[in-house]
Write a protein that binds this ligand. Structure first.
Ligand SMILES: [Zn+2]
Length: 447
Protein backbone atom coordinates (compact mmCIF):
# COMPACT_ATOMS: atom_id res chain seq x y z
CA UNK A 1 0.00 0.00 0.00
CA UNK A 2 1.36 3.37 -0.98
CA UNK A 3 1.54 6.32 1.36
CA UNK A 4 -1.76 8.04 0.66
CA UNK A 5 -3.81 4.87 0.50
CA UNK A 6 -3.44 3.75 -3.08
CA UNK A 7 -2.65 0.10 -3.60
CA UNK A 8 -0.04 -0.89 -6.14
CA UNK A 9 -0.40 -4.57 -7.11
CA UNK A 10 2.75 -6.36 -8.18
CA UNK A 11 2.66 -9.62 -10.11
CA UNK A 12 5.37 -12.13 -10.96
CA UNK A 13 7.44 -11.28 -7.91
CA UNK A 14 10.40 -13.26 -6.66
CA UNK A 15 10.47 -14.28 -3.01
CA UNK A 16 13.97 -13.43 -1.77
CA UNK A 17 14.05 -13.35 2.04
CA UNK A 18 17.81 -12.73 2.02
CA UNK A 19 17.41 -9.30 0.48
CA UNK A 20 16.83 -6.63 3.08
CA UNK A 21 14.91 -4.39 0.76
CA UNK A 22 12.24 -5.14 -1.79
CA UNK A 23 13.20 -4.09 -5.28
CA UNK A 24 10.83 -3.08 -8.00
CA UNK A 25 12.05 -2.72 -11.57
CA UNK A 26 11.52 0.64 -13.18
CA UNK A 27 11.59 -1.04 -16.58
CA UNK A 28 8.79 -3.42 -15.61
CA UNK A 29 6.66 -0.55 -14.31
CA UNK A 30 7.16 1.39 -17.52
CA UNK A 31 6.25 -1.75 -19.49
CA UNK A 32 2.99 -1.97 -17.57
CA UNK A 33 2.04 1.55 -18.61
CA UNK A 34 3.05 3.47 -15.53
CA UNK A 35 4.69 6.86 -15.90
CA UNK A 36 7.32 8.19 -13.55
CA UNK A 37 7.26 11.95 -13.25
CA UNK A 38 10.21 13.61 -11.58
CA UNK A 39 10.52 17.07 -10.14
CA UNK A 40 13.73 17.62 -8.26
CA UNK A 41 14.37 14.57 -6.14
CA UNK A 42 10.68 13.72 -5.84
CA UNK A 43 8.74 11.42 -8.09
CA UNK A 44 5.11 10.57 -8.79
CA UNK A 45 4.02 7.23 -10.20
CA UNK A 46 1.11 7.84 -12.54
CA UNK A 47 -1.25 5.38 -14.22
CA UNK A 48 -3.93 6.62 -16.58
CA UNK A 49 -3.43 10.16 -15.32
CA UNK A 50 -3.98 9.08 -11.72
CA UNK A 51 -1.15 9.41 -9.22
CA UNK A 52 -0.91 6.04 -7.53
CA UNK A 53 2.14 6.65 -5.44
CA UNK A 54 5.16 8.77 -4.71
CA UNK A 55 8.83 8.28 -4.12
CA UNK A 56 12.11 10.13 -3.88
CA UNK A 57 15.71 9.73 -4.96
CA UNK A 58 18.13 8.49 -2.35
CA UNK A 59 21.67 7.24 -2.87
CA UNK A 60 21.06 6.26 -6.43
CA UNK A 61 17.74 4.55 -5.76
CA UNK A 62 14.18 5.67 -5.91
CA UNK A 63 12.57 4.99 -2.57
CA UNK A 64 8.82 4.43 -2.57
CA UNK A 65 6.67 6.00 0.09
CA UNK A 66 4.76 2.98 1.31
CA UNK A 67 2.70 1.91 4.28
CA UNK A 68 2.09 -1.53 5.67
CA UNK A 69 -0.61 -2.34 8.15
CA UNK A 70 -1.12 1.25 8.84
CA UNK A 71 2.36 2.15 9.90
CA UNK A 72 4.77 4.08 7.84
CA UNK A 73 7.42 1.69 6.75
CA UNK A 74 9.73 3.89 4.83
CA UNK A 75 12.48 3.02 7.24
CA UNK A 76 11.46 -0.53 7.93
CA UNK A 77 9.98 -2.21 4.93
CA UNK A 78 12.17 -0.62 2.40
CA UNK A 79 10.48 -0.57 -0.92
CA UNK A 80 12.94 0.48 -3.52
CA UNK A 81 12.93 0.79 -7.20
CA UNK A 82 16.23 -0.23 -8.65
CA UNK A 83 17.99 2.24 -10.84
CA UNK A 84 21.48 3.22 -11.74
CA UNK A 85 23.73 3.23 -8.74
CA UNK A 86 25.72 5.92 -7.22
CA UNK A 87 28.94 5.64 -9.15
CA UNK A 88 28.83 8.68 -11.34
CA UNK A 89 30.49 11.02 -8.92
CA UNK A 90 32.93 13.25 -10.74
CA UNK A 91 36.38 14.38 -9.67
CA UNK A 92 35.18 17.80 -8.61
CA UNK A 93 32.54 16.33 -6.34
CA UNK A 94 35.08 14.06 -4.69
CA UNK A 95 37.37 17.06 -4.29
CA UNK A 96 34.55 18.99 -2.58
CA UNK A 97 33.56 16.04 -0.41
CA UNK A 98 37.17 15.80 0.71
CA UNK A 99 37.26 19.41 1.84
CA UNK A 100 39.35 20.54 -1.13
CA UNK A 101 42.44 18.49 -0.35
CA UNK A 102 45.13 18.43 -3.03
CA UNK A 103 45.64 16.14 -5.99
CA UNK A 104 48.47 14.16 -4.37
CA UNK A 105 46.35 13.14 -1.44
CA UNK A 106 43.42 12.34 -3.69
CA UNK A 107 45.65 10.11 -5.79
CA UNK A 108 46.74 8.17 -2.74
CA UNK A 109 43.10 7.52 -1.91
CA UNK A 110 42.33 6.63 -5.53
CA UNK A 111 45.15 4.09 -5.64
CA UNK A 112 43.62 2.40 -2.64
CA UNK A 113 40.31 2.20 -4.44
CA UNK A 114 38.59 4.56 -2.02
CA UNK A 115 37.35 7.01 -4.66
CA UNK A 116 34.92 4.82 -6.53
CA UNK A 117 35.96 4.09 -10.08
CA UNK A 118 38.87 6.52 -10.13
CA UNK A 119 42.35 5.13 -9.97
CA UNK A 120 44.10 8.31 -11.03
CA UNK A 121 43.01 11.84 -10.34
CA UNK A 122 43.66 14.81 -12.56
CA UNK A 123 42.24 17.73 -10.79
CA UNK A 124 41.15 20.74 -12.81
CA UNK A 125 41.99 24.17 -11.40
CA UNK A 126 39.68 24.82 -8.46
CA UNK A 127 38.88 28.47 -7.90
CA UNK A 128 37.72 27.78 -4.37
CA UNK A 129 41.15 26.39 -3.59
CA UNK A 130 42.85 29.41 -5.09
CA UNK A 131 40.75 31.53 -2.75
CA UNK A 132 41.55 29.32 0.20
CA UNK A 133 45.23 28.54 0.09
CA UNK A 134 48.09 30.36 1.67
CA UNK A 135 51.67 29.76 0.79
CA UNK A 136 53.48 27.28 2.93
CA UNK A 137 56.83 27.17 4.49
CA UNK A 138 58.45 23.78 4.64
CA UNK A 139 58.92 22.33 8.07
CA UNK A 140 61.67 19.99 9.12
CA UNK A 141 61.00 16.45 10.15
CA UNK A 142 61.36 15.28 13.70
CA UNK A 143 61.44 11.91 15.31
CA UNK A 144 58.13 10.15 15.15
CA UNK A 145 56.29 8.44 17.95
CA UNK A 146 56.01 4.68 17.60
CA UNK A 147 52.68 4.22 19.33
CA UNK A 148 49.38 6.06 19.71
CA UNK A 149 49.24 8.54 22.60
CA UNK A 150 53.00 8.44 23.07
CA UNK A 151 53.13 12.11 22.07
CA UNK A 152 50.29 14.60 21.64
CA UNK A 153 50.69 17.97 19.93
CA UNK A 154 48.42 20.82 20.89
CA UNK A 155 47.95 24.36 19.74
CA UNK A 156 45.37 27.09 20.09
CA UNK A 157 44.39 29.18 17.10
CA UNK A 158 42.63 32.53 17.31
CA UNK A 159 41.01 34.82 17.97
CA UNK A 160 39.35 34.71 14.61
CA UNK A 161 38.05 37.87 13.02
CA UNK A 162 34.49 36.58 13.16
CA UNK A 163 32.92 34.61 15.97
CA UNK A 164 31.43 31.26 15.12
CA UNK A 165 27.67 31.19 15.40
CA UNK A 166 27.65 29.93 18.96
CA UNK A 167 30.26 32.31 20.16
CA UNK A 168 33.60 30.61 19.70
CA UNK A 169 36.46 32.67 18.50
CA UNK A 170 39.25 30.13 19.04
CA UNK A 171 39.89 26.49 18.46
CA UNK A 172 42.25 24.10 20.14
CA UNK A 173 43.66 21.03 18.44
CA UNK A 174 45.13 17.85 19.85
CA UNK A 175 47.02 15.66 17.41
CA UNK A 176 48.39 12.21 18.06
CA UNK A 177 51.93 12.13 16.74
CA UNK A 178 51.89 8.47 15.71
CA UNK A 179 48.63 8.38 13.72
CA UNK A 180 48.17 12.12 13.13
CA UNK A 181 44.57 11.60 14.20
CA UNK A 182 43.31 14.92 15.50
CA UNK A 183 40.59 16.31 17.70
CA UNK A 184 39.35 19.89 17.62
CA UNK A 185 37.38 21.84 20.19
CA UNK A 186 35.77 25.20 19.57
CA UNK A 187 36.22 27.57 22.49
CA UNK A 188 35.36 31.13 23.44
CA UNK A 189 38.39 31.78 25.61
CA UNK A 190 41.90 30.43 25.78
CA UNK A 191 41.33 29.61 29.40
CA UNK A 192 39.17 26.70 28.26
CA UNK A 193 42.31 24.89 27.12
CA UNK A 194 42.61 23.02 30.41
CA UNK A 195 39.03 21.73 30.31
CA UNK A 196 39.46 20.69 26.69
CA UNK A 197 42.60 18.79 27.54
CA UNK A 198 40.77 16.97 30.35
CA UNK A 199 37.97 16.03 27.96
CA UNK A 200 40.46 14.90 25.39
CA UNK A 201 42.40 12.77 27.88
CA UNK A 202 39.26 11.09 29.13
CA UNK A 203 38.09 10.36 25.65
CA UNK A 204 41.22 9.03 24.02
CA UNK A 205 42.66 7.19 27.00
CA UNK A 206 39.42 5.35 27.42
CA UNK A 207 38.95 4.65 23.75
CA UNK A 208 42.44 3.34 23.12
CA UNK A 209 42.96 1.89 26.58
CA UNK A 210 46.35 3.60 26.65
CA UNK A 211 47.74 6.58 28.52
CA UNK A 212 49.02 9.82 27.08
CA UNK A 213 52.75 9.97 27.70
CA UNK A 214 53.82 13.41 26.53
CA UNK A 215 52.33 16.72 25.44
CA UNK A 216 54.07 19.20 23.17
CA UNK A 217 52.87 22.81 23.07
CA UNK A 218 54.25 26.27 22.70
CA UNK A 219 54.62 28.49 25.73
CA UNK A 220 51.21 30.04 25.46
CA UNK A 221 50.03 31.22 28.87
CA UNK A 222 47.09 28.83 28.88
CA UNK A 223 49.45 25.85 28.74
CA UNK A 224 51.67 27.23 31.48
CA UNK A 225 49.06 27.69 34.20
CA UNK A 226 49.50 25.99 37.58
CA UNK A 227 46.39 23.91 36.96
CA UNK A 228 47.71 22.67 33.65
CA UNK A 229 51.00 21.76 35.27
CA UNK A 230 49.24 19.99 38.14
CA UNK A 231 47.12 17.93 35.77
CA UNK A 232 50.18 16.79 33.84
CA UNK A 233 52.08 16.00 37.03
CA UNK A 234 49.18 14.04 38.40
CA UNK A 235 48.81 12.05 35.18
CA UNK A 236 52.52 11.58 34.69
CA UNK A 237 52.44 13.40 31.38
CA UNK A 238 55.80 14.71 30.29
CA UNK A 239 55.69 18.33 29.08
CA UNK A 240 57.59 19.40 26.00
CA UNK A 241 57.55 23.17 25.66
CA UNK A 242 58.92 24.61 22.48
CA UNK A 243 61.64 27.17 22.58
CA UNK A 244 60.33 30.65 21.82
CA UNK A 245 60.80 31.84 18.25
CA UNK A 246 61.21 28.39 16.78
CA UNK A 247 57.72 27.59 15.57
CA UNK A 248 58.86 24.51 13.71
CA UNK A 249 59.27 22.78 17.05
CA UNK A 250 55.54 22.81 17.42
CA UNK A 251 55.22 22.28 13.70
CA UNK A 252 52.78 19.39 13.72
CA UNK A 253 50.08 21.31 15.59
CA UNK A 254 50.64 24.57 13.80
CA UNK A 255 50.70 22.96 10.39
CA UNK A 256 47.51 21.14 11.22
CA UNK A 257 45.81 24.37 12.15
CA UNK A 258 46.98 25.98 8.98
CA UNK A 259 45.77 23.11 6.83
CA UNK A 260 42.43 23.16 8.60
CA UNK A 261 41.99 26.86 8.00
CA UNK A 262 42.88 26.49 4.34
CA UNK A 263 40.30 23.80 3.94
CA UNK A 264 37.74 25.90 5.77
CA UNK A 265 38.35 28.83 3.48
CA UNK A 266 38.09 26.70 0.33
CA UNK A 267 34.93 25.03 1.61
CA UNK A 268 33.41 28.38 2.52
CA UNK A 269 34.35 29.82 -0.86
CA UNK A 270 32.31 27.11 -2.53
CA UNK A 271 29.33 27.10 -0.14
CA UNK A 272 26.90 29.95 0.38
CA UNK A 273 26.72 29.89 4.14
CA UNK A 274 27.48 32.91 6.33
CA UNK A 275 31.01 33.13 7.68
CA UNK A 276 29.70 32.42 11.18
CA UNK A 277 29.45 28.79 10.11
CA UNK A 278 33.23 28.50 10.11
CA UNK A 279 33.04 26.40 13.29
CA UNK A 280 30.95 23.77 11.52
CA UNK A 281 33.27 23.92 8.52
CA UNK A 282 36.25 23.44 10.79
CA UNK A 283 34.77 20.34 12.42
CA UNK A 284 33.98 19.00 8.96
CA UNK A 285 37.53 19.64 7.76
CA UNK A 286 38.82 17.86 10.86
CA UNK A 287 36.61 14.88 10.16
CA UNK A 288 37.82 14.71 6.56
CA UNK A 289 41.51 15.18 7.37
CA UNK A 290 41.45 12.22 9.71
CA UNK A 291 40.26 10.11 6.82
CA UNK A 292 42.73 11.10 4.13
CA UNK A 293 46.42 10.27 3.81
CA UNK A 294 49.06 12.76 4.79
CA UNK A 295 52.68 13.06 3.90
CA UNK A 296 53.66 11.86 7.30
CA UNK A 297 51.70 8.66 7.75
CA UNK A 298 51.71 5.52 5.69
CA UNK A 299 47.96 5.12 5.55
CA UNK A 300 45.22 7.35 6.91
CA UNK A 301 45.10 8.68 10.48
CA UNK A 302 41.71 7.01 10.90
CA UNK A 303 43.17 3.63 10.02
CA UNK A 304 46.11 3.99 12.37
CA UNK A 305 43.81 5.19 15.13
CA UNK A 306 40.96 2.70 14.77
CA UNK A 307 42.48 -0.17 12.81
CA UNK A 308 39.74 0.15 10.20
CA UNK A 309 39.64 1.74 6.78
CA UNK A 310 37.60 4.93 6.53
CA UNK A 311 34.43 4.88 4.47
CA UNK A 312 34.80 7.80 2.14
CA UNK A 313 31.55 7.20 0.28
CA UNK A 314 29.90 8.73 3.32
CA UNK A 315 31.47 12.15 2.65
CA UNK A 316 29.51 15.01 1.11
CA UNK A 317 30.50 18.54 0.03
CA UNK A 318 30.19 20.99 2.88
CA UNK A 319 27.29 23.39 2.49
CA UNK A 320 25.47 21.40 -0.20
CA UNK A 321 21.73 20.83 -0.29
CA UNK A 322 20.13 17.72 1.13
CA UNK A 323 16.62 16.39 1.50
CA UNK A 324 16.04 14.84 4.90
CA UNK A 325 13.67 11.91 4.83
CA UNK A 326 14.07 10.05 8.06
CA UNK A 327 10.61 10.15 9.62
CA UNK A 328 11.93 8.98 12.96
CA UNK A 329 14.32 11.83 13.50
CA UNK A 330 13.96 13.62 16.74
CA UNK A 331 12.67 16.77 15.14
CA UNK A 332 9.59 14.99 13.97
CA UNK A 333 8.19 14.12 10.65
CA UNK A 334 9.28 16.30 7.85
CA UNK A 335 6.79 15.04 5.35
CA UNK A 336 6.98 12.35 2.76
CA UNK A 337 8.94 14.39 0.32
CA UNK A 338 11.45 15.57 2.82
CA UNK A 339 12.61 19.02 3.58
CA UNK A 340 15.38 20.83 1.81
CA UNK A 341 18.23 21.48 4.20
CA UNK A 342 21.89 22.47 4.11
CA UNK A 343 24.65 20.08 5.15
CA UNK A 344 26.86 21.67 7.81
CA UNK A 345 28.86 18.85 9.41
CA UNK A 346 29.04 15.16 10.26
CA UNK A 347 27.33 14.11 13.42
CA UNK A 348 29.65 13.46 16.25
CA UNK A 349 28.06 10.60 18.07
CA UNK A 350 26.45 8.59 15.33
CA UNK A 351 26.98 7.87 11.72
CA UNK A 352 24.93 10.64 10.25
CA UNK A 353 24.81 14.16 8.96
CA UNK A 354 23.86 17.42 10.62
CA UNK A 355 21.90 19.80 8.43
CA UNK A 356 20.16 23.06 9.01
CA UNK A 357 16.61 23.61 7.96
CA UNK A 358 14.92 26.95 7.90
CA UNK A 359 11.62 27.40 9.67
CA UNK A 360 8.84 29.54 8.28
CA UNK A 361 9.78 32.36 10.65
CA UNK A 362 13.33 32.37 9.31
CA UNK A 363 14.87 30.68 12.32
CA UNK A 364 17.13 27.70 11.87
CA UNK A 365 16.81 24.17 13.19
CA UNK A 366 19.62 21.66 13.26
CA UNK A 367 18.55 18.25 12.03
CA UNK A 368 20.53 15.09 12.49
CA UNK A 369 19.83 12.28 10.08
CA UNK A 370 21.50 9.49 8.19
CA UNK A 371 18.73 9.32 5.65
CA UNK A 372 19.54 12.25 3.43
CA UNK A 373 19.36 12.68 -0.30
CA UNK A 374 22.06 15.15 -1.34
CA UNK A 375 22.26 17.50 -4.26
CA UNK A 376 26.02 17.75 -4.30
CA UNK A 377 26.28 20.52 -6.85
CA UNK A 378 23.82 22.83 -5.17
CA UNK A 379 24.96 25.19 -2.41
CA UNK A 380 21.91 27.03 -1.10
CA UNK A 381 22.04 30.31 0.71
CA UNK A 382 20.36 31.06 3.93
CA UNK A 383 19.46 34.42 5.30
CA UNK A 384 21.87 37.11 4.40
CA UNK A 385 24.90 35.58 2.91
CA UNK A 386 27.95 37.66 2.58
CA UNK A 387 30.29 35.88 0.23
CA UNK A 388 32.86 38.58 0.59
CA UNK A 389 33.88 37.09 3.85
CA UNK A 390 36.72 38.39 5.84
CA UNK A 391 37.86 35.62 8.06
CA UNK A 392 41.32 35.50 9.48
CA UNK A 393 43.16 35.18 12.68
CA UNK A 394 43.57 38.44 14.54
CA UNK A 395 46.91 39.53 15.87
CA UNK A 396 47.66 38.14 19.24
CA UNK A 397 47.34 40.20 22.32
CA UNK A 398 50.48 41.86 23.46
CA UNK A 399 50.59 39.80 26.60
CA UNK A 400 51.16 36.71 24.52
CA UNK A 401 53.29 38.08 21.82
CA UNK A 402 56.55 37.70 23.60
CA UNK A 403 55.73 34.17 24.61
CA UNK A 404 54.53 32.74 21.39
CA UNK A 405 56.47 32.33 18.29
CA UNK A 406 55.43 34.04 15.13
CA UNK A 407 53.76 31.99 12.52
CA UNK A 408 52.92 33.32 9.16
CA UNK A 409 49.46 31.99 9.00
CA UNK A 410 46.98 34.32 7.58
CA UNK A 411 43.49 33.40 7.01
CA UNK A 412 41.55 35.69 4.88
CA UNK A 413 38.49 34.18 3.44
CA UNK A 414 38.07 36.70 0.76
CA UNK A 415 41.36 35.55 -0.60
CA UNK A 416 42.22 39.08 -1.44
CA UNK A 417 44.36 40.29 1.35
CA UNK A 418 46.43 38.87 4.05
CA UNK A 419 46.52 40.92 7.17
CA UNK A 420 49.88 42.51 7.44
CA UNK A 421 50.09 41.30 10.98
CA UNK A 422 51.31 38.06 9.64
CA UNK A 423 54.14 38.14 12.05
CA UNK A 424 51.84 37.65 14.88
CA UNK A 425 51.80 34.40 16.69
CA UNK A 426 49.12 32.03 15.67
CA UNK A 427 46.54 30.93 18.04
CA UNK A 428 43.02 30.27 17.17
CA UNK A 429 40.09 29.18 19.13
CA UNK A 430 36.77 28.33 17.80
CA UNK A 431 33.54 27.74 19.45
CA UNK A 432 31.09 25.29 18.26
CA UNK A 433 27.88 26.38 17.02
CA UNK A 434 24.99 25.17 18.43
CA UNK A 435 23.23 23.56 21.05
CA UNK A 436 23.44 20.15 19.71
CA UNK A 437 27.05 20.59 18.98
CA UNK A 438 28.95 19.47 21.93
CA UNK A 439 32.02 21.56 22.00
CA UNK A 440 33.38 18.25 21.51
CA UNK A 441 35.90 16.54 19.67
CA UNK A 442 35.93 15.86 16.09
CA UNK A 443 38.76 14.61 14.19
CA UNK A 444 41.37 16.86 12.90
CA UNK A 445 43.76 17.12 10.15
CA UNK A 446 47.23 16.82 9.18
CA UNK A 447 49.35 18.18 6.52
ZN1 LIG B 1 39.16 23.05 -4.31
Amino acid sequence: MMHGGQVLYLHDVLYAPGIRRNLVSVIVLLGLGYELNFYGVCMDIVLNSVCVGTGYLLNGFIVLNTELDGFNCSDGCFSLIASANNVNVDVNTWHARLGHIGQDRMNRLAREGLLGSFNKIELPVCENCLAGKTTRKPFGKGTRAENPLQLIHSDICGPMSVKARHGASYFITFIDDFSRFGHVYLISHKSEALDCFKLYLNLVENQLDKRVKALRTDRGREYLSDQFKELCDEKGIHRQLTIPRTPQQNGVAERRNRTLLEMVRSMMAQASLPVQYWGDALLTATYVLNRVPSKSVSSTPYELWTGRKPNLTFLRPWGCAGYVHDPSNKYGKLGARGKKCIFIRYSEHSKGYVLIGENSDGSVTEIESRDVNFLENEFPKRGEVDKDIRFYKLDNLIEDSNLNTPLDVNVDLSGTSVPSGSEAPLEVNIDLPGTSVPSGSNDVVET
